[in-house]
Design a binder for this molecule. Structure first.
Ligand SMILES: Nc1nc2c(ncn2[C@@H]2O[C@H](COP(=O)(O)OP(=O)(O)OP(=O)(O)O)[C@@H](O)[C@H]2O)c(=O)[nH]1
Ligand SMILES: [Mg+2]
Length: 419
C-alpha cells in the first residue's frame, strides 16, 4: 500500500496544524525530515528540516502498525498553524514519493485493516456531520462499535446453535434429539428478538440522524414567514402584507433542544391564477405532506385542513391584534416558546426507543437476518442449519465483512480529506 499524507486539521491559520502520514514509508520519511522518532505514542519536540533547511519547530508523534487509527505505521507532525508551513512540508513529502490522501482514505484503511467495522465507519461519518446533541450521542455510540458488538454476540450464539445441530446429527441418524432441537429454537428465537428490537427502533434513530421537518402551513398572510423569522431570530423569509408573498420553500435548520429540526416556510394555500404562485403552492403541498409534522396557522379552510394528520398542530396567529387567547404573536414573541415546546414534545416522543441501527443499509441486513431466523418448530435439521448460516451471513454483512464493495466508495467519499 502507498504511503499517504493529509492535513488532519482544518486548512487555514490556527494554533496548530496537524499533518498525518500513514503507510509503510511513514517512519522512514519522517526520520528523514526530523531525525530519530520518539517512542511510539510519545510526543516530542523536533526540528523539521528538508535538506538542511529548517521548515518549522514541531511536535511529532509516532503510532506503530497495529495500534494506530489506520492500522498502519503512522506519524503525526504538529506544525505551527500556518498554511505556508503546511505547504512547505507537503512539498517535502511529495518529493519523497508520498501522495496526498483521497477523501476518507485514512478511515478506509482503518476499515480495510479491521480497526473499524462498517457500522463504526458510518457512525464516525455521522459524528463528523452531527449538528445537535441527540445526533452526537447516537453517532458516538455507533462509532464506538456498539452495533458490531451486538452482531458479534448474535453470531456467536447462532454458530454455537449450528454446532449443536451438527454434533447431534452425527450421533443419531439425521434426527436431532428433542432437547437439542428446542435448545436451537430457543437460541434462534432469542437472537431474533434482539434483532427485532433493533429494527423496531430504526425509525426513531433514523429520525435523530437525519433530523425532522416541520412545515408551517396556512392561507396567505396567515403569518408563516413572520413565524419562521421569529424562530430563526433573523430575516430568513420575506414578509409583506401582500397575500402570496412566499413562493419557494424557505428552510431554517434549528437545534430544538438537541433535536435537528428543519422548519419549512411555505407558500400560502389558495386558489389563484398566478402561474408562479401555482408552482409555489404545488411545492408547498408536497413538502407539507412529506414533512414529519405540520403546524397550521390561522384560519384553516377545508382544502388546507385536508393535509392534517393526527399529531399536527393548529395555532392562531397575530394575537397582539386579535387578542385571541392562545394565539401566538410574531411581533411580541408571545406564545412562540410554548409552540416550540409543544413541537419538541411531539418529536421527542418519536425518537423514544431509538436503536443502534440508524442507516437503511444496516436495517436491511437486520431484516434479512431476522427473516432467516423465522423457522417452524418441525423444520428439518438441515433447514435449521441452512437458516443459521444465512442469518450469520447477513449479520456479517451488517458490519461490512462481506458484500460491500459498491457501498464503500460512497461511504468514504463523504469524508473529508484527512479523515
Ligand atoms: N401584528 C401582527 N402582524 C403580523 C403577525 N404575523 C404576521 N403579521 C403581518 O401579517 C402580514 C403577512 O405576514 P407573513 O408572515 O408574510 O404571512 P405569510 O403567511 O408568510 O403570507 P404568504 O407568504 O403570503 O403566504 C405581514 O404584514 C406581517 O407583518 C403578528 O404576529 N402580529
Ligand atoms: Mg410567507
Amino acid at each position: 500500500m502507498e504511503t499517504i499524507f493529509a492535513e488532519a486539521t482544518p486548512p487555514g491559520r490556527g494554533g496548530v496544524s496537524i499533518i498525518r502520514l500513514s503507510g509503510p514509508e511513514a517512519r522512514r520519511v519522517a526520520e528523514d525530515l526530523c531525525g530519530a522518532l520518539p517512542d511510539a505514542r510519545h510526543c516530542y519536540y523536533r526540528e523539521l528540516r528538508d535538506a538542511g533547511e529548517l521548515i518549522d519547530q514541531i511536535l511529532v508523534v509516532r503510532f506503530d502498525a497495529g495500534s494506530s487509527f489506520t492500522g498502519e505505521d503512522t506519524v503525526e507532525f504538529h506544525l505551527h498553524g500556518a498554511p505556508v508551513v503546511v505547504r512547505r512540508l507537503a512539498a517535502a513529502l511529495r518529493v519523497r514519493g508520498i501522495r496526498q490522501a483521497e477523501a476518507g482514505e485514512f478511515t478506509m484503511r482503518a476499515f480495510v485493516h479491521g480497526r473499524m467495522d462498517l457500522a463504526e465507519v458510518e457512525g464516525l461519518a455521522d459524528l463528523l456531520a452531527a449538528e445537535t446533541e441527540a445526533q452526537r450521542k447516537l453517532a458516538s455510540e455507533a462509532a464506538s462499535g456498539a452495533l458490531g458488538r451486538l452482531a458479534a454476540e448474535w453470531r456467536e450464539a447462532l454458530t454455537e446453535a449450528g454446532a449443536m445441530i451438527t454434533a447431534s446429527i452425527d450421533f443419531a441418524d439425521e434426527e436431532i434429539p428433542d432437547d437439542v432441537a428446542s435448545g436451537v429454537h430457543d437460541v434462534m428465537h432469542e437472537v431474533r428478538r434482539g434483532i427485532d428490537a433493533q429494527i423496531a427502533g430504526f425509525p426513531a434513530s433514523e429520525r435523530i440522524r437525519a433530523g425532522f421537518e416541520v412545515a408551517l402551513v396556512g392561507a396567505p398572510n396567515a403569518g408563516k414567514s413572520s413565524l419562521i423569522n421569529a424562530i430563526a431570530a433573523r430575516e430568513v423569509a420575506i414578509v409583506t402584507d401582500i397575500p402570496g408573498t412566499t413562493r419557494d420553500v424557505v428552510e431554517f435548520r434549528a437545534d430544538l433542544r438537541g433535536l435537528a429540526v428543519t422548519f419549512l416556510d411555505t407558500a400560502g394555500l389558495r386558489e389563484t391564477g398566478d402561474l408562479v404562485e401555482i408552482q409555489g403552492i404545488r411545492l408547498a403541498r408536497s413538502r407539507a405532506e412529506a414533512a414529519d409534522l405540520r403546524v397550521f396557522l390561522g384560519d384553516v379552510p377545508a382544502e388546507i385542513g385536508g393535509l392534517a394528520r393526527p399529531e399536527d398542530l393548529f395555532v392562531e396567529t397575530k394575537g397582539d391584534l386579535t387578542g385571541i387567547v392562545g394565539a401566538i404573536s410574531s411581533v411580541t414573541g408571545a406564545g412562540i416558546d410554548g409552540l416550540l415546546e409543544r413541537i419538541y414534545e411531539i418529536l421527542r416522543s418519536r425518537v423514544a426507543g431509538a436503536s443502534l441501527a440508524s442507516h437503511e443499509r444496516q436495517v436491511e441486513a437486520l431484516r434479512e437476518a431476522a427473516s432467516a431466523l423465522d423457522v417452524a418448530a418441525d423444520d428439518a435439521p438441515e433447514i435449521l442449519s441452512e437458516r443459521l448460516r444465512e442469518a450469520t451471513f447477513h449479520l456479517r454483512r451488517l458490519v461490512g465483512k462481506i458484500d460491500v464493495e459498491d457501498y464503500l466508495d460512497r461511504v468514504f467519499s463523504n469524508f473529508c480529506v484527512g479523515k
